[in-house]
Design a protein around this ligand. Structure first.
Ligand code: ADP
Ligand code: MG
Length: 699
């Protein structure tokens, strides 16, 4: 473990930081590179060579022998293809070389990445282009250059390009609003802090579970005698082995400049969480990808396996990711922080209102941004937020909005009115705003916390949606307010907030999001309740959504259609793999195991009979019960196998996804139920894989 006082020294040492650029580049080239980074200008080929050379020297000092364009295709994980720096020197020897061209552009074979029909396989060409706003870094002896990934005809094939675009448009819209308040800021950025949940289980147990290896979750498994009923794991003392893992993880993350801050145990046994300090969204996105990758790699070094699946164990809390989101000026002023002057407050309330309005109008897009076969296990089950998108504001802000809406005092005791632009917001305790853990989208004092993301999700998609919808709303507000005379500005802002609140207050809900009453109430309010991926994803291409993305220059209609299809195909593929794995495990392991045990019991029965022993109620009862459930399990396995085979008759896309959701998934559930009845009845020595207790309490 690293010495505490050395931490500042190692922090960021594997990142090509500003200070490294300054040290290694001529002042002229450094200035030009900075212009590129700060203003998003393209890097000119003349300076690319010098930058590449400096990067290579820096990386080689850190052990790098290879480089890679590191990108984020639609698979949701990162992709890299390594090239070494070696070049023949012409005299039978080698030099280590990294050219400007190789820095700026790469050409991976794009045919094997999902494109949703955007690129025919014969047009395998795609290219990656350096995103100079995310710093390069060294990982596993490789210089990694964060890049965007596009097809040659310019279609976006990744998660980074639209994220960067969405950050650009919200910068423009937010600056328009700030200008109305007399503020001319250089840039507005969006910030994100992703709290990451995960499970750690013993590697030797994991290796014995085919379902975990193939699907990342258990497809079978009877409930253990002890689950999370006692809540004794949450914030409990961290076990030695886990602590060693966390220490190494922190150290490796710090070297990569990732601000890993909080590590603690979660609610479920073997479940933990890591929260970093927030940063600019695209860097937060890179950092979260790296965090997930490092978690998996470092766990193995400690004889553990890190599970990032949203629901590895039935009946035990799943893992999510909270995306904390805010807007900030480039000088670090948080635009969702209530101010202490009347004008600052009017501005704060306007930004806050824009988020409320955007979330209400485009709740479907937020739901889609977290839709996956694995997250379907969480959303709507009473542990994660419900599938209905609603906003938690807290009592104080609620009262303030009501006061604005109806010109009634928000503070009944001293009859204080909320007069936007004239009165100062009351100071409200931040803690109070964060109590409702059931809300999918909560205002937590100076940021919003979007809690619907799955543990495995890239945070890119959620942030693309947030930035785009809020930018669009801010533009609408700016259009309405830009022509207003200064003396009428305050009343115009008040009127806008009032009408927007009235139009969108249905999305605000401060009660218990897990309750059935809320489901009914939400329906009455006209809010969406897309319980599954199959319900949600087809709405990606709804007219209003396509119009939004085209208006904002984030996606073309074709790109959205391709993204919708990728989501549906991922859904179908994953569900098909799970179904096939279940059939396999049931037929090859579970049924034979129970038959063997039945065989042993039958032999005992026969022996007893031969010796004239009459008392054999237990053996008989067990044989009967086991035989019944084995018949069921075998029958359901055959049914599932047939249902799965019939999936081929459905077109890829929504038809197949619907068929799998409506026909195949129920068969999977039946098979699991029967097999899970067999597990506690079967002698341990016959059971083919470790139990939930072995997995959850094994570390
Ligand atoms: P809690 O632990 O109660 O959920 P914290 O205030 O500790 O709340 O924050 C949780 C996460 O939110 C952290 O990752 C933190 O860095 C992030 N966060 C805090 N402020 C902001 C902000 N302005 N923008 C984005 N994320 C933020
Ligand atoms: Mg949180």
């Amino acid at each position: 473990m690293i010495e505490a006082k050395k931490i500042p020294e190692v922090f960021g040492t594997m990142v090509f930081r500003d200070k490294d650029m300054k040290e290694r580049l001529s002042p002229e080239i450094y200035a030009k590179l900075h212009k590129t980074i700060d203003n998003g200008e393209p890097l000119s080929p003349e300076i690319a060579g010098s930058v590449a050379d400096a990067m290579k020297e820096w990386a080689m000092e850190r052990g790098a022998t290879h480089y890679t364009h590191w990108f984020q295709p639609m698979t949701g994980i990162t992709a890299e293809k390594h090239d070494s720096f070696i070049e023949p020197d012409g005299n039978g020897g080698l030099i280590m070389k990294f050219s400007g061209k190789a820095l700026i552009k790469g050409e991976p074979d794009a045919s094997s990445f999902p494109s949703g029909g955007l690129r025919a396989t014969f047009e395998a060409r795609g290219y990656t282009a350096w995103d100079p706003t995310s710093p390069a870094f060294v990982k596993q002896n490789t210089l990694c250059i964060p890049t965007a990934f596009c097809s040659y005809s310019g279609e976006v094939l990744d998660k980074k390009t639209p994220l960067l675009r969405s950050m650009e448009i919200i910068n423009v819209s937010a600056k328009r609003i700030l200008r109305l308040f007399g503020k001319d800021v250089h840039r507005v950025i969006t910030t994100a802090g992703a709290e990451q949940e995960y499970f750690l289980i013993p590697k030797e147990m994991y290796d014995k579970r085919l379902d975990l290896k193939l699907c990342g979750r258990t497809l079978f498994g009877a409930r253990p005698p002890k689950g999370q009923q006692l809540d004794d794991h949450y914030f409990g003392a961290i076990k030695v082995k886990v602590k060693e893992f966390m220490d190494e993880l922190d150290e490796e993350l710090w070297k990569l400049g990732i601000l890993a801050k909080t590590e603690h145990n979660e609610v479920a046994p073997s479940q933990h969480e890591l929260a970093p300090i927030f940063t600019t969204t695209n860097i937060a996105c890179d950092h979260n990808q790296l965090t997930m990758e490092l978690m998996k790699r470092i766990a193995e070094k400690h004889g553990l396996v890190c599970l990032l699946h949203e629901k590895p164990f039935a009946g035990v809390n799943g893992s999510g990711k909270h995306n904390n989101w805010s807007l900030s000026t480039s000088d670090g002023v948080n635009l969702l922080e209530p101010g202490d002057s009347p004008s600052d407050n009017a501005q704060f309330l306007l930004f806050l209102t824009a988020v409320i309005s955007a979330v209400d109008e485009y709740a479907d897009l937020l739901r889609i941004s977290v839709a996956s076969v694995s997250n379907d296990h969480r959303l709507g089950a009473s542990e994660a937020p419900p599938a209905i998108v609603s906003i938690f504001l807290g009592e104080e802000l609620n009262d303030i909005y009501k006061s604005i809406e109806s010109a009634t005092p928000y503070n009944k005791k001293d009859s204080t009115y909320m007069d936007v632009g004239a009165s100062v917001l009351p100071v409200f305790p931040k803690d109070n705003t964060d109590r409702n853990r059931t809300s999918p989208f909560a205002f937590t004092g100076n940021k919003f916390e979007f809690r619907m993301l799955g543990a495995n999700d890239s945070i890119a998609c959620a942030n693309i949606m947030l930035n785009t919808i809020v930018s669009d709303t801010l533009d609408r507000y700016a259009d309405a307010l830009e022509g207003v005379k200064p003396e009428e500005f305050n009343s115009a802002v008040t009127a806008l907030i009032r009408s927007e609140y009235k139009a969108h207050k249905r999305v605000i809900f401060n009660g218990n999001g897990y309750s059935h009453e809320w489901e009914l109430e939400a329906m009455a309010r006209g809010l969406h309740n897309y319980k599954t991926t199959v319900d949600a994803v087809p709405h990606y291409t709804d007219e209003k959504n396509v119009a939004l993305f085209e208006r904002k220059g984030i996606f073309t209609a074709t790109e959205i259609a391709s993204r919708r299809d990728i989501l549906l195909e991922n859904y179908s593929s994953m569900l098909s793999i799970e179904a096939a794995a279940m059939v396999d495990i049931a037929r090859k392991f579970i049924v034979p195991a129970s038959l063997s045990y039945i065989g042993e019991l039958s032999k005992i029965l026969a022996d007893k009979k031969a010796s004239g022993i009459k008392a054999c109620r237990t053996e008989r009862a067990l044989v009967d019960k086991l035989s019944d459930y084995t018949d069921l399990a075998y029958g359901y396995a055959c049914e599932l196998s047939d249902a799965l085979a019939a999936a081929d008759g459905y077109e890829h896309g929504i038809e197949r996804a619907k068929y799998l959701a409506n026909t195949v998934k129920p068969c999977m559930e039946k098979l699991r139920a029967a097999a899970d009845e067999l597990e506690p009845l079967t002698a341990k020595k016959y059971w083919p894989y470790p139990s939930y207790s072995d997995l959850l309490f094994g570390v």
